[in-house]
Design a protein around this ligand. Structure first.
Ligand code: ADP
Length: 387
């Protein structure tokens, strides 16, 4: 069956960027999203206004589309299974998403596959059990530890560093005592990411490995490509291939990695969708990650992941305040930076930490060593107090 009509569960910036790619491929893109001001509603061919966990709404979306994909993982997989049983095609399939949605299950999946991951345990209840687990001599993790909500975390929400048992207990209490993932704090040298696509025939295309820089657990900037030894690049690519082949995954996946001071590569997390660390591909790659996802969903050959320039730097434009401003002057100033492309998601309201847009600057070879300085200039424009 030819797939020309794609539905997306979610209507945020990722679906918005997918809509641009859909146009290039002459695919119609419908979205299911709760608010009529959500970014993708302005470009989608149709919007189903509903919560993303509303399976009846997804059934309506599916009745208008040939296949359904995702822009986030906050879905109700059980409810969607009933639709899959009735023939709705999800890409990636629900069996691929199943081991990935819960951070603890994902860690177990990767460990069982032999992929290096930070040391981790699940904590399911408080009190004596917690103390016993932490104080058990077999528990080799040392403070500080990283505590993560098993589901529904994003941009650092649901991830926190705890320095001792009393802080851990207090945070867990604050989080409503839900089961959490507890893991060693990795004193990484750098964070890296691999954006990888796999199609139905099993072909895999991997974008250049990038360096990502987070502050307060939120991605601030991405350097393309990461300055790495060829051996480290090959290792990241092999990890991506192993994971995608093992899952028999179809789609685009963001794989977040830690590079440790002793040159080990650990997987932090897999996002079963397009990813912030791949936004550079809109301007810097032959095929953007958004077009690549639609190609995989629609069973078209994957596109080239080659860079069009020697490199690039991507800076997220994060909200700093609650406001209804559109920051036009700052956006213009950013757009005036040589080689810069500004992507503004059209959100109607700014909030501290909210991703409002991003800017990518293409780099020639001579500029690669100053990528960090360029990122700093872009941030000084965006975060300046000038209005
Ligand atoms: P989210 O799902 O919100 O993106 P992540 O698990 O990816 O949460 O964590 C966000 C950031 O927090 C990471 O990019 C990293 O900077 C930091 N972080 C997460 N886990 C660890 C860890 N085990 N050790 C050190 N830093 C970590």
């Amino acid at each position: 069956m030819q797939i020309n009509r794609v539905g997306v569960i979610g209507g945020g910036q990722l679906a918005w960027m997918m809509a641009g790619a859909a146009k290039t491929l002459a695919i119609t893109l419908a979205v299911q999203t709760p608010n009529n001001t959500d970014p993708a509603t302005s470009l989608a061919s149709e919007t189903i206004l509903a919560s993303i966990t509303d399976a009846e709404a997804t059934a309506r979306l599916a009745s208008r589309c040939d296949a359904i994909t995702f822009e986030n993982e906050f879905i109700d997989i059980e409810a969607l299974s009933a639709l899959a049983d009735r023939g709705v095609q999800f890409v990636p399939s629900l069996s691929v998403l199943e081991p990935l949605l819960d951070k603890y299950h994902q860690r177990c999946y990767l460990r069982d596959l032999g992929i290096p991951v930070p040391e981790f345990v699940a904590l399911e209840d408080l009190g004596e059990n917690l103390r016993a687990k932490i104080e058990n001599p077999n528990f080799s993790m040392k403070w500080p530890l990283v505590m993560k909500a098993r589901r529904h975390g994003y941009d650092g929400r649901g991830t926190t560093i705890v320095k001792d048992l009393s802080e851990l207990e207090a945070t867990w209490e604050k989080w409503g005592r839900d089961p959490v993932l507890l893991e060693e704090f990795v004193p990484f040298e750098r964070e890296l990411a691999a954006i990888a696509a796999r199609d139905r025939s099993g072909e895999i295309a991997i974008y250049p490995i990038v360096e990502t820089q987070q502050e307060d657990q939120v991605c601030r900037r991405v350097i393309v490509p990461a300055a790495l030894e060829p051996g480290a690049i090959a290792e990241c690519e092999e990890i991506a291939r192993t994971i995608l082949n093992s899952l028999q995954a179809v789609g685009v996946f963001g794989i977040e990695l830690f590079l440790t001071p002793d040159a080990k590569i650990l997987v932090n997390e897999i996002a079963p969708r397009t990813h912030n660390s791949g936004h550079f591909s809109l301007d810097a790659s032959e095929t953007s990650q958004f077009e690549q996802l639609l190609r995989a969903v629609c069973d078209r050959p994957l596109g080239s992941t080659a860079l069009r320039s020697a490199g690039a730097v991507m800076v997220n434009l994060l909200g700093t305040e609650r406001s209804l401003l559109d920051y036009g002057a700052k956006r213009e100033e950013l757009a005036g930076f040589p080689g810069a492309r500004v992507h503004w998601y059209g959100k109607t309201e700014s909030r501290p930490g909210r991703k409002l847009g991003h800017v990518t600057v293409l780099l020639d070879k001579s500029e690669l060593p100053i990528a960090h300085e360029i990122a700093a200039i872009l941030e000084s424009i965006w975060y300046s107090t000038r209005v």
